[in-house]
Design a protein around this ligand. Structure first.
Ligand code: HEM
Length: 481
């Protein structure tokens, strides 16, 4: 790894020889890491640096700088931090760069065409019916329970059945894959912030390594079984994908699920290799369920915390869908939930599912007049930005009206509100996610009044690639009659 000179014009905490600021983050756990990054932000502001050993990170949470990074093609490459995910995610859309990223993004965009997204709405609805049954069963005891694992299995079933066109019955049979994702995210996050574990050789000697390999195998087995199952459904022989019809815009013309596009589309005149398919499936499975789990979990918490807002959302939903709990949700219903849109936006601000993302610069350049050396990693502090009182007055208050498009104060378009990132590397699944969140959460609200276990209950948050509750989110569910 290239040694980057200390950019003396950027502020940051005092460094020790060799370890830099590594001691602030080493072996402290994901809750403390987020707190530490927030503390440094309070101390040093919207651009600061830290050295994890010899690895320099510049942490940016200023909308102007973020705009420059999100819109300038010189910042399209993901940072070195994503390398720790390579054995797991390969170089799928989330982690790839250059021509590979560009051609895959172009080929996969049709999988998120609004006509395709519409066909997913009945799947969201059917899966949320199972979620309701599970919540009902758990709530019988009258005690509060942790909703995070239940939401996770719902989100996993949704991504499998929509994007992968395959049922994985996670809600009915539980999922070793879901648990393996939790474990591997924890290990990789520890690696990113550990000044020594960054090194492959060191990592292999740690006690975490055998556990990491074990979880990786569980993940591989699961994704391979998803691919195999879809190939069987499509009647594709494992080694003979090339017999399938070839068509430039195959996804768009035939309205195919993501995995079908991966199996059948040609990029640069060639079908994707089995490994390329695996890395995309791996990336979409992860990016498509861990994030929405976080979003729905914290949304339900925020609604429980603010009963008047919950009631207002419920009234909107019941005005649109009616009181019959068995009525199936349609895309039209989802599109009409305007107040709920604002509430979801505010929840994604308060509990941004992807708290940090990062890029690496490939050439020496100026970032809005700040000189940076080639190889520098720049983290975009989405979570920090979304809690900045300069852009969100009283940031710890849950105020959906901030996002009222009819009000003067709705002014968050200019890169100060970026839960799905921004620019050409933004989230490809944004609309998918918003429909899934709205569909799942509205079903919960039609069936239950969601309550906090105690008035001052507040889950502790941690960041392990995705924002998560450190000890679950415990809520009470009272049946709506
Ligand atoms: C609330 C839910 C979600 C949030 C907050 C979210 C957020 C984000 C963010 C911040 C990025 C940029 C990542 C980076 O620069 O490293 C991203 C990228 C991505 N997201 Fe999402 N996401 C969500 C749901 C989804 C879903 C449901 C899918 C798939 C169905 C998905 C697939 C992806 C993929 C493949 C990328 C990489 C795009 C690229 O680099 O071209 N995401 N997402």
């Amino acid at each position: 790894q290239k040694k980057i000179n200390d950019p003396v014009h950027i502020v940051g905490p005092p460094q020790l020889p060799i370890l830099g600021n590594g001691l602030l983050f080493m072996n402290v756990g994901a809750v403390e890491i987020l707190r530490q990054l927030q503390k440094l932000w309070h101390e040093y502001g919207s651009i600061y640096k830290i050295f994890l050993g010899s690895k320099l990170w510049i942490i940016v949470s200023d909308p102007k700088l973020i705009e420059e990074i999100a819109t300038n093609p010189k910042f399209l490459t993901k940072s070195d931090d994503y390398d720790v995910m390579e054995e797991w995610l390969g170089r799928g859309l989330l982690t790839s760069s250059g021509q590979k990223w560009f051609t895959h993004r172009k080929a996969l965009t049709p999988a998120f065409h609004f006509k395709i997204l519409e066909t997913f709405v009945p799947i969201f609805d059917a899966q949320s019916d199972i979620l309701i049954r599970k919540l009902e069963a758990q709530s019988k005891s009258g005690k509060a329970f942790d909703i995070f694992p239940l939401i996770k299995l719902y989100a996993l079933d949704v991504i499998c059945e929509t994007a992968m066109g395959t049922s994985c019955y996670a809600q009915l049979e539980d999922s070793a894959y879901a648990k393996a994702i939790e474990k591997i995210s924890e290990i990789l996050n520890w690696r990113v912030f550990h000044a020594l574990a960054w090194n492959d050789l060191y990592f292999r000697m740690t006690r975490k390594y055998p556990e990491y390999k074990k979880q990786l195998q569980i993940i591989y087995n699961f994704t391979n079984s998803v691919i195999k199952s879809r190939k069987n459904n499509l009647g594709i022989n494992n080694n003979e994908i090339s017999t399938i019809t070839k068509d430039e815009d195959i996804g768009m013309k035939k309205k195919m699920a993501l995995l079908d596009i991966l199996l059948q589309t040609e990029i640069d005149g060639k079908l994707l290799t089995n490994e390329e398919i695996r890395e995309e499936v791996e990336s979409f499975m992860f990016a498509g369920h861990d994030t929405t789990t976080s979003a729905i979990t914290f949304l339900l918490y925020n609604l429980a915390k603010c009963p008047e807002i919950q009631e207002k959302v419920y009234m909107e939903i019941s005005n649109i869908i009616g009181d019959d709990k068995t009525t199936k949700i349609t895309l039209r219903h989802l599109n009409e939930m305007k107040y709920f849109d604002m509430v979801i936006k505010e929840s994604l601000r308060m509990h941004s599912p992807v708290p940090f993302i990062a890029r690496r610069i490939e050439d020496d350049l100026l970032l809005c007049d700040i000189p940076l050396q080639s190889g520098t990693n720049i983290a975009l502090g989405i979570y920090l930005l979304h809690h900045d009182p300069k852009y969100f007055p009283e940031p710890e208050k849950f105020l959906p009206e901030r996002f009222d498009i009819n009000s003067e104060s709705e002014k968050y378009a200019n890169f100060s509100y970026i839960p799905f990132s921004a620019g050409s590397r933004n989230c490809i699944g944004q609309k998918f996610a918003l429909n899934e969140i709205k569909s799942g959460a509205s079903k919960v609200l039609r069936n239950f009044i969601v309550k906090l276990p105690q008035p001052d209950y507040e889950p502790i948050v941690k960041t392990e690639i995705v924002l998560k509750p450190a000890n679950g989110v415990y809520l009470n569910f009272e049946k709506r009659v």
